[in-house]
Design a protein around this ligand. Structure first.
Ligand code: BGP
Length: 471
């Protein structure tokens, strides 16, 4: 028995800077992520060369059976100066991509902003640390809605605002010495929320039939024990990491506990007249969820100092250093869960928990915009990749989505695992692969970039063909 609706979108996801390459071709300029990939890994100049091979890649999508494809548009391809003159070559590229998808009955799901702020705007005014970004972002959105809105029904505003807030190096906002880092983060988050809401409003005005929402990075938080101190730490962590953003997106308000937190820590953002009304008005139609793992925390004593999270970028097991949020919580590992080589704790039930925590509260349609397993894949001599670990991961997560739909009444309308094809991992280059399709290159050798179907490709093909009856 399949419990996936007949209209369920069976997708897969990528993002421009990770897959396209051609980073300075046909008028494109650099974005902050083009510059921030660690030097020991492949840069974004060629990536998976999707820019030149998109037709071949869409043939593979067709063979896989995808009914949706989530990709992002590079702001720097459309507006090389961040604003102003439109680069026709950039528009042409995405027109061809979208047309080719539609020709193959694949629904395009477009991410407007996936970490790749134009460097020019970063240099001019510090990107999202300045309110000057708001009109520029809205103008960029207008170009996309006008150029592609006749064919694109699903839009994602900002990818993982929550992660950009937690790990600001992802967008390298300009740190200034005048304000505490915490204050700058909350200012940036407010500006991003206003930008997001403005995009939603504009989309509703220009494209009344389209649907728009954010892609939020979510990880449910668990207490280490049932000691009420740990439970409280977990609730606070859940608010800081997840509910804070959900309340802004879905209810247009700052969560009362977060207001108290921001007051106490002297990091209340500057809220201009009209901002909160705009945030309320710009309510999204659905939520995209990027889900990879869960987090576990315990209480922290008054004597312990705060410590930033240090993420594992090497794939060396155990090299993550968990964060301590002074007076609130500290991260710890979960003895019930296994981790991947990057210490991400694999937790399929956590996805069902997340879907429930969000849906039972907001009752807004949900789509999984990312979910997947980063691993070191081996291409055999006869060009096969036996990625049974990836199949296992995705199968278990799909089972939990199915349970959330059938037993919990959650409205999930699509699944876009990360990633359709191998691409540059944001933190770990080509060493850490996610795709259904293997790309023959490494971080140091570009090779022929030949595409090979992994075992997970054939597995997902069967899932899609059976509309989720055969997992
Ligand atoms: C998400 C990003 C993706 C992708 C993914 C996997 O945070 O939206 O762009 O990179 O995580 O992360 P990583 O590449 O670090 O393994």
């Amino acid at each position: 028995m399949s419990s996936f609706p007949e209209t369920f979108l069976w997708g897969a996801a990528t993002a421009a800077y990770q897959v396209e390459g051609a980073y300075l071709e046909a008028g494109k300029t650099l974005s902050v992520v083009d510059e921030s990939i660690a030097p020991e890994y492949a840069d974004t100049s060629i990536a998976s060369d999707h820019y030149h091979r998109f037709k071949e890649d869409i043939c593979l999508m067709k063979e896989l059976g995808l009914t949706a494809y989530r990709f992002s548009i590079a702001w720097t391809r459309i507006l090389p100066n961040g604003r102003g003159a439109i680069n026709q070559a950039g528009v042409d590229f995405y027109n061809q991509l979208i047309d080719e998808l539609i020709k193959n009955n694949i629904e395009p799901i477009v991410t407007i902003y996936h970490f790749d702020l134009p460097v020019v705007l970063q240099e001019e005014y510090g990107g999202f640390s300045s309110r000057k970004i708001i009109p520029d972002f809205v103008a960029y959105c207008r170009v996309l809605f006008e150029q592609f809105g006749d064919r694109v029904n699903y839009w994602l505003t900002i990818n993982e605002q929550s992660n950009m807030f937690l790990l600001p190096y992802l967008i390298s906002f300009t740190e200034s010495s005048e304000q505490s880092l915490l204050k700058q983060k909350y200012e940036m988050n407010h500006i991003m929320t206003v930008a997001h809401a403005s995009a939603v409003k504009l989309c509703h005005e220009l494209l009344p039939d389209a649907k728009i929402g954010p892609a939020l990075g979510v990880s449910p938080v668990y207490p280490k024990t049932c000691n009420p101190k740990d439970v409280l730490a977990a609730e606070k962590a859940e608010e800081l990491r997840n509910t804070f953003f959900l309340e802004l997106y879905c209810n247009g308000q700052y969560l009362p506990s977060m207001q108290a937190y921001m007051k106490e820590h002297d990091c209340l953002p500057t809220i201009e007249v009209g901002d909160m009304a705009l945030i309320k008005e710009g309510k999204c139609d659905f939520l995209g969820l990027n889900y990879y793992d869960s987090k576990t925390v315990e209480h922290v004593t008054a004597l312990e100092r705060g410590k930033e999270l240090v993420i594992n970028t090497s794939g060396e097991v155990g090299s993550t250093e968990k964060e301590v949020v002074e007076g609130i919580y500290k991260g710890c590992s979960n003895p019930y869960l296994e981790s991947n080589d990057w210490d991400w704790e694999i937790d399929p039930e956590g996805l069902r928990i997340t879907l429930n925590r969000i849906y039972q509260r907001y009752q807004i349609p949900l789509i999984i915009t990312e979910n997947g397993l980063g691993g070191i894949d081996t291409l055999t001599e006869n060009n096969q990749v036996h990625d049974d670990y990836r199949i296992e991961y995705l199968k278990k997560h799909l089972e939990q989505i199915q349970l959330a739909i059938v037993q919990d009444g959650v409205a999930v309308f699509g699944f876009c695992p990360w990633s359709f094809i191998d691409l540059i991992s944001t933190t770990s280059g080509f060493r850490k692969r996610y795709g259904f399709v293997y790309v023959d290159r490494t971080d140091t050798e570009v090779r022929e970039l030949t595409r090979y179907k992994k075992d997970s490709f054939y597995w997902y093909q069967g899932v899609i063909r059976s509309n989720g009856k055969r997992l």
